[in-house]
Design a protein around this ligand. Structure first.
Ligand code: PGA
Length: 256
């Protein structure tokens, strides 16, 4: 399967800075059939960036969206409004779940709304540190996976990507909190098995499974060579051109 490198810029860069940064990335990225590069800039930068985007090199994702199509939802941007601007949407990121109190309903409705609007969902899930300590990782992953996909028709499943992002391993420099390849391997195997139980092996193996949480050029290769890992979701390191480009190069080496 193709590998995917997704950069989540979170709430960083002004529109001008985003444009300069995209220019820098596009100068250096060579197109590849084996590695898909996706960036998720802040929503305010999406439309301006489409004017300079080379879609053969990079695709755009939103970091979020509202599942209502239109209406009295002050401050929100819907998947219907994002349609045509982005190919992908990050949905259910732990910062949305825990800082902005997004519910399981918000997430499953968002996955359905994205698909309805021809946007491929990148469904994020992962356990917190407390859940991990209490041995609840698999329960959490199963609940978030089954819940997030509950409105997805079987034929639409291959449009979805699933990103395993253990909350305790996001944006950390503490080595004890960096997820080990074994941690990631256990989780993604469990996710693949759960998808297989739900939808059968043929469909389950079409769903790219990504890993995210403190990925850097130095550890990207170790995660990408885990069987069942089909890509990476990168926060901090996606904001530094040398690091993001380095990870893309690693993915190309692993893919070839
Ligand atoms: P990080 O962020 O790479 O900075 O840990 C990952 C994410 O939150 O998606």
């Amino acid at each position: 399967m193709k590998l995917y490198i997704v950069g989540n810029w979170k709430m960083n860069f002004s529109v001008g800075e985003a444009s300069v940064y995209l220019h820098k990335l596009q100068q250096k990225i060579r197109t590849s059939k084996e590695v898909g590069v996706i960036i998720a800039p802040p929503s305010i930068a999406l439309q301006p960036l489409t004017l300079q985007l080379d879609p053969k090199k990079i695709k755009l994702a939103s970091q979020n969206g509202n599942y209502h199509d239109f209406g009295a939802y002050t401050g929100e941007v819907s998947y219907t409004q994002l349609r045509g601007l982005v190919d992908y949407a990050i949905i259910g990121h732990s910062e949305r779940r825990y800082l902005f109190c997004e519910t399981d309903k918000d997430i499953r409705e968002s996955v359905a709304a994205a698909i309805r609007n021809q946007i491929a969902p990148i469904l994020c899930l992962g356990e917190t540190e407390v859940e991990r300590t209490f041995g609840e990782t698999r329960d959490v992953l199963r609940d978030q996976l089954v819940g997030g996909l509950s409105q997805v028709a079987v034929e639409d499943l291959p449009k979805v990507m699933v990103a395993y992002e253990p909350v305790w391993a996001i944006s950390t420099t503490t080595s004890a909190k960096i997820a080990s390849p074994d941690d990631v391997s256990d989780a993604v195997q469990f996710l693949r098995q759960t998808l297989t139980d739900l939808y059968g092996a043929t469909i389950a193996k079409k769903v790219p499974l990504l890993y995210g949480g403190s990925v850097k050029p130095a550890n990207a290769g170790a995660y990408l060579t885990i069987p069942e890992v089909n890509g990476l979701l990168i926060g901090g390191a996606s904001l530094i051109a040398e690091q993001f480009l380095g990870i893309i190069e690693t993915a190309k080496r692993v893919a070839s």
